[in-house]
Design a protein around this ligand. Structure first.
Ligand code: NDP
Length: 281
């Protein structure tokens, strides 16, 4: 009989974690690959982070995903980080190796891969990003690494966009006020909502006039993995739209490959994520 891969515990560290779709699509991947583990929900309030670190170093774990609000904590806490995690300023994937912890940021890969799958023309495109938090920073890194022509970061709090641009220090990045971006929207091929208001049904991060200002071929992308008001309004104006589910699954697929050293069954993971999301309504 073929021996089963020897993989230790793996799960999702965050607070909260109960809502996450990761267990559904990670478990589907482990099951189809014959890896006999349960992807765990590792609910970790801030006061329990030291204990969680001890567990990760203790030898029973192969790795973990990290979600809100601990990506910056693990950025500081791991022993070594990838160059991409350094640029993004956050760690969302941990690989455990003989008591040492290696930190990666697969959100960056996930976002870029979701657009590569659509043959997005990075090198000729201007992207406008609404938001300048942790997710927006990962998106900007992904776009820069994918040879985007130009990126404009527009945030409600201008100082946060200024900090992002100054940290990443790339001549292709510029910043503007959130509603000022309407004036240059006609040049954009990609309009990304990386703010956290996608979960509020009625709110928009920007004046909806932007949807009349952009070209009909513009892709409106919302990192939230549901049909947000932002995406609904974009669709009503005839734009192409994309939600954050593919990004979520591609980041998870990359994490799976780092833990298991085998190719991720991406389509199975995508199908499982869609089923889990739809079953929650
Ligand atoms: P942060 O809290 O770090 O940043 C939130 C951002 O939203 C800030 O730029 C903030 O602006 C802006 N914002 C919040 N409220 C408003 C408002 N009312 N009007 C305008 N702007 C607002 O969050 P993250 O960056 O970590 O996450 C952002 C989103 O991305 C979340 O919805 C998250 O679920 C999603 N995400 C999706 C992933 C995926 O795989 N699909 C991966 C990671 C995140 P300000 O600075 O002015 O406060």
């Amino acid at each position: 009989m073929a021996s089963l891969p020897n993989i230790g515990r793996i799960g999702l560290i965050g607070d909260p974690v109960a809502h996450s779709l990761s267990p559904a699509f990670q478990q589907a991947a482990f099951d189809v690959c014959g890896i006999p583990i349960r992807y765990e929900l590792l609910h970790t309030p801030s006061g329990e982070l030291d204990e969680r670190m001890r567990q990760l170093r203790g030898g029973g774990f192969s790795g973990a995903n990290v979600t809100v609000p601990h990506k910056e904590f693990f950025f500081d806490a791991v022993d070594e980080r990838s160059a991409v995690a350094e640029r993004a300023g956050a760690v969302n994937t941990i690989i455990c190796d003989s008591g040492r912890l290696y930190g990666e940021n697969t959100d960056v890969f996930g976002f870029a891969e979701s657009l590569r799958a659509k043959d997005f023309p990075f090198d000729t495109s201007l992207a406008i990003i609404l938001g300048a938090g942790g997710a927006a920073r990962g998106v900007v890194v992904a776009l820069l690494e994918s040879d985007i022509k130009r990126v404009i970061v527009a945030n409600r709090t201008p100082s946060r966009a200024e900090r992002l641009a100054s940290d990443l220090d790339d001549p292709r990045i510029s910043i503007c006020g959130i509603n000022e971006s309407v004036a240059i929207a006609s040049e954009a091929c990609l309009l990304i909502n990386a703010t956290s208001i996608g979960w509020n049904d009625d709110q928009l991060p920007i004046d909806p006039i932007i949807f009349s200002s952009v070209d009909a071929s513009t892709l409106a992308y919302d990192l939230t993995y549901r049909k947000t008001n932002f995406l609904q309004q974009a669709e009503q104006h005839g734009l192409q739209t994309m939600d954050g589910l593919a990004m979520l699954v591609h980041q998870g697929a990359r994490s799976f490959e780092l833990w298991t050293a085998q190719p991720a069954p991406v389509q199975i993971m995508l199908d499982a994520a869609v089923t889990a999301r739809d079953s929650r309504g």
